[in-house]
Design a protein around this ligand. Structure first.
Ligand code: AMP
Ligand code: ZN
Ligand code: FE
Ligand code: FE
Length: 288
């Protein structure tokens, strides 16, 4: 049993890297991948805990990529988290995230909502700041009654305080992951927001041409029909069908670590298959 999509307090999850591994251990998970947005800072702590708790911790990352509509997130697995180009790319993305927060706060002020960057800094607890932290402060201040309301009223695309995030080109995100000895996978493909199967296939084919090796077929947000479609696509395009919950702790309260509703636990063999797709020249990486 594994979960290959897990966030921690190093980005916008609410459970620390150490505690998320302990939780995985209590749940009997054999392996998890830490896939924080734009940072690999949680990996050493998680792997350290993994060694004592007997949980394999895969070094991962989640990178947002430019995409004309919908949302394209690329997951990287087995990355060398000391790789300079990877670190430089993530630092670039984090710098822009830091610059984005005051812009969001300024737009909120136009809506008569007053939040300071210090409020966000505290909410982020040293992690990479994002909209979920802003949503949490809105909740704390009683401006909204749920995190979802914060997104719907203020933060989602099209809402008054929405500010775009700087993103890499899909090919750049994939190149950085592969360059760090990693395997690139399309995250939660439903978010690509393409209703046309032919168009969707073309998009994934193009991504595979840039070096993507997998597609996250199993995800709590997918309908059985979507999962079946992604599995079929994975077979036809020779991609690994991966899975994960996108666990964020109480920032996504319905998501339980390791649990894809309506499906049996994800088998460890998925991880073996992914590992086989690692670039060959970098085999020695990832052992810490
Ligand atoms: P950011 O990276 O700062 O743009 O924040 C993205 C995160 O916000 C995602 O990982 C989701 O957890 C959350 N999010 C994005 N859009 C929505 C939405 N419409 N409703 C609820 N949560 C959202
Ligand atoms: Zn997130
Ligand atoms: Fe994502
Ligand atoms: Fe995620």
């Amino acid at each position: 049993m594994i979960d290959l999509h897990v966030h921690t307090t190093m980005s916008d999850g609410t459970v620390s890297p150490r505690d998320v591994v302990r939780l995985a251990s209590r749940k009997g998970l054999r392996a998890i991948a830490i896939t924080d947005h734009d940072t690999v800072a949680g990996i050493p702590e998680a792997q350290d805990e993994g060694r004592s708790a007997g949980v394999e911790v895969v070094a991962g990352v989640e990178i947002s990529a430019q995409w004309s509509h919908g949302i394209l997130h690329i997951l990287g697995y087995f990355v060398d988290f000391h790789d300079e180009q990877l670190l430089r790319a993530l630092e670039y993305l984090r710098r822009h995230r830091l610059e984005r927060i005051p812009k969001i706060l300024s737009k909120l002020r136009d809506e008569d909502v007053f939040i300071s960057t210090e409020d966000i800094r505290q909410a982020a607890q040293g992690g990479v700041p994002g909209r979920p932290h802003v949503a949490n402060v809105l909740l704390q201040k009683g401006r909204v009654s749920t995190l979802q309301e914060a997104f719907d009223r203020y933060l989602k695309k099209g809402a008054p305080a929405y500010v775009r995030k700087v993103k890499l080109l899909p090919s750049e995100a994939v190149r950085v992951i592969i360059g760090a000895g990693g395997v690139a996978v399309v995250a939660h493909p439903y978010s690509l927001d393409s209703d046309d199967p032919a168009e969707f296939e073309r998009i994934v084919r193009d991504l595979a041409d840039t070096g993507v090796q997998g597609i996250e077929a199993f995800c709590p947000r997918h309908t059985p029909e979507q999962t079946a479609f992604y599995l079929d696509l994975a077979t036809r395009l020779d991609l690994v069908a991966t899975g994960g919950t996108d666990f964020h702790g109480s920032n996504k309260p319905k998501i339980k670590l390791g649990v894809i509703p309506g499906r049996s636990p994800l088998p460890y063999s998925i991880l073996d298959e992914l590992r086989r797709r690692k670039p060959h020249t970098r085999d020695a990486d990832n052992r810490t």
